[in-house]
Design a protein around this ligand. Structure first.
Ligand SMILES: Nc1ncnc2c1ncn2[C@@H]1O[C@H](COP(=O)(O)OP(=O)(O)O)[C@@H](O)[C@H]1O
Ligand SMILES: [Mg+2]
Length: 281
């Protein structure tokens, strides 16, 4: 544990570091193996078990961070291919800056359709990217350009698309076929799809009539192991000079059926749920 302790070690809704992250070592090894083999993966599991956390944890592994450019987008709130393209373009702009100085030129040289969003900050002279959603007139063209940019990046990219089943709600036709084709053509870009809607995800990846059929390795995510999670929680209490009985931890696990989000919430009284018990008293 490093010395920069955060106020409450039971982190909710973001990934801080492995110090505050429980286990998932098998899953991390699994993802690494798929990436090493050049395979795309889909993680399918109910909400709040830890899919998003696992992806961030995987991206934070030193050898992954060193070898790859990693991009994460959560498309849960998107409602069209244009919004998808907008989010992806924005995230790539923020994350994938080529090593040479004139990266903005390269970005907008390849992704020409986003050039209208490129401005120079009047105060600092720094390039800023400020594109309105309405500027994406031809999402398919922008998608083509974005994929060209990814494929030409200095390091190979891993793109994680969270809540991927959302693309089935887009009004545009053939979105699945379009993305499948683009993804299939990639030579140095890998993808991790994750989704909470099992039925939709299964349909997309496991039904023969669908474009993504058998194009990825699918895996599910089980709740964290009870012994492992209770040991993790106990250690974090100890690191913060507090004690808690193992029985109480096991009861929390059982009460919430090992669902990570609920357990973390209970352990994090500052976030509101409990406050009724305080392990120091
Ligand atoms: N292995 C873990 N150790 C500690 N906290 C975790 C772990 N996995 C997830 N969390 C936390 O649990 C909550 C739910 O996880 P999340 O990854 O958002 O689930 P999902 O994406 O499956 O809905 C989040 O607050 C996250 O920070
Ligand atoms: Mg999630």
């Amino acid at each position: 544990m490093n010395s920069n302790k955060i106020a409450n070690p039971f982190v909710i809704g973001k990934y801080v570091s492995e110090d505050y992250f429980c286990d998932r070592s098998d899953e991390t090894v699994f993802l690494k193996k798929q990436v090493d083999n050049g395979r795309n993966t889909a993680i399918i599991a109910p909400r709040r078990l830890g899919k998003t956390g696992l992806i961030h944890h995987f991206f934070a592994q030193p050898d992954i961070a060193k070898r790859y450019q990693t991009i994460f987008i959560d498309i849960y709130a998107t409602n069209s291919l244009s919004e998808f393209v907008y989010l992806l373009g924005n995230s790539i702009y923020k994350e994938i800056k080529p090593l040479h100085e004139k990266w903005a030129e390269r970005f907008f040289g390849t992704i020409k359709s986003l050039r209208p969003g490129f401005k120079l900050d009047a105060a600092t002279g720094e390039p800023i990217f400020d594109i309105g959603l309405g500027s994406i007139e031809h999402p398919q063209t922008t998608i083509d350009e974005i994929f060209s940019y990814l494929e030409a990046a200095d390091k190979p990219c891993i793109v994680a698309i969270d809540e991927f089943q959302q693309i089935t709600n887009y009004p545009e036709k053939n979105v699945e076929a379009l993305l499948r084709t683009k993804i299939q053509q990639c030579k140095q870009t890998l993808f991790i799809f994750s989704g909470s809607r099992r039925h939709l995800m299964n349909q997309m990846f496991n039904s023969p009539s669908k474009p993504f059929y058998q194009s990825v390795i699918t895996t599910d995510l089980k709740p964290l192991d009870k012994v492992v999670y209770t040991a993790f929680a106990k250690k974090l209490f100890a690191d913060y000079g507090k004690t808690i009985s193992e029985e109480l931890l096991k009861q929390v696990y059982d009460d919430y059926e090992g669902v990570t989000w609920y357990m973390q919430m209970i352990m994090n009284p500052r976030k509101g749920i409990t406050a009724s018990w305080n392990p120091t008293r």
